[in-house]
Structure formats: structure tokens, C-alpha cells
Design a protein around this ligand. Structure first.
Ligand SMILES: C[S@@+](CC[C@H](N)C(=O)[O-])C[C@H]1O[C@@H](n2cnc3c(N)ncnc32)[C@H](O)[C@@H]1O
Length: 258
């Protein structure tokens, strides 16, 4: 708990990123990932394998952009750094642990950016969404884009924020969380290079008898094409969030999303 508090304080982030709970979430993801190292290993290995196989098949390897790079558990960062001239790690939050580790990779750059494009809109600083990937989508040297388990994370902070700010919510579209998901998919389609999309798309909660106690569409109704692969990720095994309840996420992967 103390380590989590220290990490929260030491993580640089702007006001809206903190208010949306993204720093808290990154820190708790770091801690939970340590606790659930075994349970999460297969999910991380499958993600990393898809990225590694894609890299091996690319004809050119100039720049790779990893969207939602976070703790770098689901992307093979050493392999990316060794194979590409330049690697951009794009996330709203880069924990100090990641910043420190990446100091030793001369071709890796950390880009701190809101990939939903709506933080300024939520804060009342603008009346519309900003284009979060205008510069990168126009960069012809980007040969690989990986959206690394980011997509589902674009919706819930907005949902929570709208709930906590009913007056501000009145001036915003009610379906903003779903729009954030759809916008990210549109953003990915604008890149000229190869796009790998990895995302959890649904959550199922079960009790110890196997009875389903809750289900959630993490895509908020946004339709996706058929994936190339899918698997279960035990995000919260029994005992993590509740003694007699587990939470399993369905993950899907697209090797060439565009
Ligand atoms: C489930 S984590 C991804 C895990 C990461 N790829 C890893 O291996 O650790 C989701 C990531 O999306 C980032 N994220 C969530 N909302 C974001 C936003 N609006 N803009 C940029 N990054 C965001 C979080 O900071 C977090 O690092």
C-alpha cells in the first residue's frame, strides 16, 4: 500500500489525467499484475507473441508506435527496440518504473498523450474532441502500430466522470464512452502501416458454483470485425476483488486491423 502511494505521488501526470483516475488505475494495475503474475502470464504471452510474429513478417521496420503502452507487460519491448529504428510508447501515464527502464533504450521515446482526445472537452476547455493521433497517422515512417489493451480503457473513466459531474454531463453527448471506443477504431484505420489491435471486449463474473453473476460489454455496443484470435484473461481470480467471485475478460486480437 505504501509502495502504491509513493508510486502515485511520483508519477507525473496532468490534472485531468489524475481526475479521471488514470494514475490510480496504472498504479493498481502494476500492483495487481505482480499479485496475479501467474494468472495473467498466458494473456501477456499471447499478446507479445502476436506482436513478435507481426514484427518478423514486416518488410520494413522504421518506427513502431505502441498505443496504451502502460507497463509494457503485453508488448515485447526488447524485441521492438532491437528491430525498429524508433519506438514510440504512447500513453496518458508512464509510471516512473517504465521511465527508468526505458532510459537504457536509446531509440525508445515516451509520448504522454490523451488517446481519447476528450480530456480538454471534459474540462470545458474546448467544445469538441481533439484529434489525438493527427501527427502520428500522417507519419509515413510508422510501419507498425499496436493498440495494446487500451480500447476498453477509453470508456470507463468517461462513464465514471459523467456520473460524478451531472451538470457538465448535460453539455456532452450521453453516448460519449461508446464514441471514445468508436473514435479509437477510426483512428487506427487512418494509419498506413500495419495495425495490431489487442483488447478485452467483454467481462463475465462468476461465483464458485460457476453461475454467471454479471456480464458487461466492454465495447459499449460498438461493433467489431471478426478477430483473428480470442482467449480468456482471468483479470480478477477468486480472492482478488471478492472471495467468492471471479472476473474473466474475453480478449480479442486482430493482426492486421485496417
Ligand atoms: C490495461 S492498460 C494496458 C496495458 C499495457 N499495454 C501493459 O502492458 O501494461 C491500459 C493503458 O491505457 C492507458 N490509457 C487509458 N486511457 C487512456 C487515454 N485516454 N489516453 C492514453 N492512454 C490511456 C492507461 O494509462 C494504461 O496504461
Amino acid at each position: 500500500m505504501l509502495a502504491e502511494m509513493a508510486l502515485w505521488l511520483a508519477t507525473p501526470a496532468n490534472r485531468m489525467t489524475r481526475r479521471l483516475g488514470l494514475v490510480t488505475e496504472s498504479v493498481s494495475l502494476w500492483a495487481r499484475g505482480l499479485r496475479q503474475r501467474k494468472a495473467w502470464a498466458e494473456h501477456h504471452a499471447r499478446c507479445r507473441a502476436i506482436v513478435a510474429e507481426t514484427v518478423a513478417a514486416l518488410p520494413q521496420r522504421r518506427t513502431a508506435a505502441i498505443l496504451g503502452s502502460g507497463l509494457l507487460r503485453d508488448v515485447p519491448i526488447e524485441l521492438l527496440s532491437a528491430n525498429f529504428e524508433r519506438v514510440l510508447l504512447v500513453d496518458a501515464v508512464h509510471l516512473p518504473l517504465v521511465r527508468l527502464r526505458m532510459r537504457f533504450h536509446r531509440n525508445v521515446e515516451l509520448v504522454t498523450r490523451d488517446l481519447s482526445g476528450i480530456m480538454g472537452w471534459l474540462a470545458g476547455e474546448s467544445g469538441h474532441r481533439a484529434d489525438p493521433l493527427a501527427d502520428l497517422a500522417a507519419d509515413p515512417a510508422i510501419d507498425l502500430v499496436v493498440s495494446a489493451n487500451l480500447l476498453s480503457q477509453l470508456a470507463w473513466p468517461v462513464e465514471d466522470w459523467l456520473e460524478d459531474h451531472p451538470a457538465a454531463a448535460m453539455r456532452l453527448p450521453a453516448d460519449l464512452p461508446a464514441r471514445c471506443i468508436a473514435w479509437h477504431l477510426d483512428d487506427l484505420r487512418r494509419f498506413a502501416g500495419r495495425v495490431v489491435l489487442l483488447s478485452d471486449i467483454a467481462m463475465t463474473e462468476r461465483d464458485r458454483t460457476g453461475t454467471i453473476t454479471d456480464r458487461l460489454d466492454l465495447m459499449r455496443g460498438v461493433a467489431l470485425p471478426e478477430p483473428d484470435e480470442s482467449w480468456d484473461w482471468p483479470v480478477a481470480p477468486f480472492g482478488e476483488e471478492a472471495r467468492d467471485r471471479e472476473s474473466i475478460h474475453r480478449v480479442q486480437a486482430w493482426r492486421d486491423f485496417r
